[in-house]
Design a protein. Structure first.
Length: 101
């Protein structure tokens, strides 16, 4: 399946990689991008390999690092996977709810 980023996920990914470069370094950013690419490849071939949300039916949670998770949905009609948003797991979970509607 083809995987694409929602506009929100795209914005959050740009902010996240900029943060990693600014506060850490290029090596840390590159390692994150490598892990993210691996996870995207995983869900593109095995879309049900990540756990489904208990509160949001049809939304799946994929852990990239201990601090970063992304949420996605499978759009069967279009045969695509949409990454809805990225989430910093150190934030309060209520901040996530508004993005998963």
């Amino acid at each position: 399946m083809t995987v694409f980023l929602s506009p929100l996920a795209e914005q959050k990914l740009v902010e996240l990689t900029a943060y990693l470069l600014e506060h850490w370094n290029k090596k840390v950013k590159d390692e994150f991008v490598e892990k993210l690419t691996s996870k995207i490849n995983q869900i593109s071939t095995q879309p049900f390999s990540c756990p489904q949300s208990k509160s949001q039916k049809g939304i799946f949670k994929c852990v990239v690092t201990k601090q970063t998770t992304f949420y996605y949905r499978i759009v069967k009609i279009k045969n695509v996977i949409e990454i809805i948003t990225f989430f910093d797991t150190r934030q309060h979970p209520n901040r996530l709810k508004k993005h998963l509607k």
